[in-house]
Write a protein that binds this ligand. Structure first.
Ligand code: NAI
Ligand code: OAA
Length: 413
C-alpha cells in the first residue's frame, strides 16, 4: 500500500489523527478459502469492503467462529475435518451493545452481530419487546452470549464493560418526510442514550445509525464534550449503507463483479449531502454524463426509494442491518489489531471547513487512525460543484444538532 507521510492534524482538544493522502491504497486483506467441504455462509460474501472474498478470514464476521459453530451443528457424517473445526476458534472477544435492538434494524443487526466470532457478549437494549428478541437470538449456537435490558432503569447495566455501542434507536421516516423531520424525536433519544454511554462506557466506540445522522452525530459529540469524555476518534455516523448502495448500483449499471466494486461516498447522510465519488470507483470505470447524473441521484434518493416502497411501514431495515454489521465487523477487526481496515464514515473531520464530514477513514485499535484525504483530490467538475452545493445544508444540520444540546444545557442551569 503506497502511503504518503501522514500529515498529523489536531481534532478539537482531544483527537489527533493523520491524513493519508495516497491516491492508491488497497482496502483489506483478501479472505483465504481454507475449508471448502461445507460452506453454508458463502452467500454472505460482500460484507467486507474488500476484493476476493471467498470465505474463512481468520477474524472476520461470519468467519471461522461462525463456521466452527455451523460446522458443529451439521450432521456428524459431514464433519469430515475435525482439525479444521478445532482450529476455528474465535480469536477475540468483544462486548457489543445495541441500543434500539428490538426495532426494524435492531433485530436483523443483532442476528448478524450474533454471528460474528469477534463478539463474546451481545447486550440488547430497548424500551420495549427486547426480552423476546434476546430469548430467540440466544438459541443460535454461535459463540456469543446474549443479554437483554429493558427500559431506562437497565440502560446503565447494558453499557457496562462494552467495547462498541451501536445505536439504531429512534423513529423512522414515512413517505413525504425528510430525515430532518425526525429531529424532534430522535435528537432527544440520542442525547439520552449518549449521556448513558458517557457515564458507563466512555472508552467504547460509538456507531450512530439514528437519523438525521448529519445532526445526531454532532449531538453525540456535544454531549460527550460536556461530560468531558469526547474522543472524536471513537464517534461514528454509520454511512455504510450509502457505500453498499453505490457499489450495488454501479456494479449493476456497468456489469461489474460486485465483489470488486468500491465507490467512496462522502459528505453526509441525507439527500444532496450524500455524494458518491464515481470518478474514484474501483476498478477504474468510465461513466457518461447521463450515467453520472442518474447514479448520483439514485444513490442520494435510495433511502426515499425504500420509504416509498414500504408505504408507511418504515424505512430501510434489512440493508441497513447488513451495512451496519459490515461497519461493526470492520471496527472490531481494527480494534483487534488488523492494520488494514478502511470504511467510509461520518466523523469529526478537518478535511473540509465543516466540523463533521463523511469520508473514507482508516480504522485502528483506537478508532479513527487516519482520514483519507486522497478521495477529495482530483475531483471532477461535477463532483466539485456537488461538494460545494452540499456544504450549506450539512453545516446547518451540524449547527442544529450542536444548538439542541447547548440549549438544553442552558435551560437546565
Ligand atoms: N444511518 C442510516 O443509514 C439509516 C438510519 N436509519 C434510522 O434508524 C432509526 C431506526 O430505524 P428502524 O429500526 O427502522 O425503526 P424502528 O421503529 O423499527 O425501531 C426503532 C427502535 O428504537 C426503539 N427506541 C425508541 N426509543 C428508544 C430509546 N429511548 N431507547 C432505546 N430504544 C428506543 C424502539 O422501541 C424500536 O424498537 C431511524 O431513525 C431511521 O431513520 C434507517 C436506515 C438507514
Ligand atoms: O431514508 C431513510 O429515512 C433511512 C435512511 O437513512 C436510509 O435508508 O438511507
Amino acid at each position: 500500500m503506497a502511503k504518503s507521510a501522514p500529515a498529523s492534524f489536531s481534532m478539537g482538544s482531544v483527537a489527533s489523527y493523520s491524513t493519508i493522502s495516497c491516491s492508491r491504497f488497497k482496502f483489506s486483506k483478501p479472505f483465504v478459502a481454507r475449508n471448502n467441504s461445507w460452506n453454508p455462509i458463502q452467500s454472505f460474501c460482500g460484507l467486507r469492503p474488500t476484493t476476493g472474498l471467498s470465505l474463512t478470514s481468520e477474524r472476520s464476521f461470519l468467519g471461522q467462529g461462525s463456521i466452527a459453530s455451523l460446522q458443529a451443528s451439521k450432521p456428524t457424517y459431514l464433519n469430515q475435518n475435525k482439525s479444521i473445526s478445532k482450529s476455528l476458534q474465535p480469536k477475540a472477544s468483544f462486548k457489543v451493545a445495541i441500543l434500539g435492538a428490538a426495532g426494524g434494524i435492531g433485530q436483523p443487526l443483532s442476528l448478524l452481530i450474533k454471528m460474528s466470532p469477534l463478539v463474546s457478549s451481545l447486550h440488547l437494549y430497548d424500551i420495549a419487546n427486547v426480552k423476546g428478541v434476546a430469548a430467540d437470538l440466544s438459541h443460535c449456537n454461535t459463540p456469543s452470549k446474549v443479554l437483554d435490558f429493558t427500559g431506562p432503569s437497565e440502560l446503565a447495566d447494558s453499557l457496562k464493560g462494552v467495547d462498541l455501542v451501536v445505536i439504531p434507536a429512534g423513529v423512522p421516516r414515512k413517505p413525504g418526510m425528510t430525515r430532518d423531520d425526525l429531529f424532534n424525536i430522535n435528537a432527544g433519544i440520542v442525547k439520552t442514550l449518549i449521556e448513558a454511554v458517557a457515564d458507563n462506557c466512555p472508552e467504547a466506540l460509538i456507531c450512530i445509525i439514528s437519523n438525521p445522522v448529519n445532526s445526531t452525530v454532532p449531538i453525540a459529540a456535544e454531549v460527550l464534550k460536556q461530560k468531558g469524555v469526547c474522543d472524536p476518534k471513537k464517534l461514528f455516523g454509520v454511512t455504510t449503507l450509502d457505500v453498499v448502495r453505490a457499489n450495488r448500483f454501479v456494479a449493476e449499471k456497468k456489469n461489474l463483479r460486485l465483489i470488486d466494486v468500491d465507490v467512496p461516498v462522502i459528505g453526509g447522510h441525507a439527500g444532496i449531502t450524500i455524494l458518491p465519488l464515481l470518478s474514484k470507483t474501483k476498478p477504474s470505470v468510465t461513466f457518461t454524463k447521463e450515467e453520472i447524473e442518474e447514479l448520483t441521484v439514485r444513490i442520494q434518493n435510495a433511502g426515499t426509494e425504500v420509504v416509498e416502497a414500504k408505504a408507511g411501514a418504515g424505512s430501510a431495515t434489512l440493508s441497513m442491518a447488513y451495512a451496519a454489521a459490515r461497519f461493526v465487523e470492520s471496527s472490531l477487526r481494527a480494534l483487534d489489531g488488523d492494520g488494514d481496515v478502511f470504511e467510509c464514515s461520518y466523523v469529526q473531520s478537518e478535511l473540509t471547513e465543516l466540523p463533521f464530514f463523511a469520508s473514507r477513514v482508516k480504522l485502528g485499535r483506537k478508532g479513527v487512525e487516519a482520514v483519507i484525504s486522497a478521495d477529495l483530490q482530483g475531483l471532477t467538475d461535477y463532483e466539485e460543484k456537488a461538494l460545494e452545493a452540499l456544504k450549506p445544508e450539512l453545516k446547518a444540520s451540524i449547527e442544529k444538532g450542536v444548538a439542541f444540546v447547548q440549549k438544553q444545557t442552558h435551560a437546565s442551569v
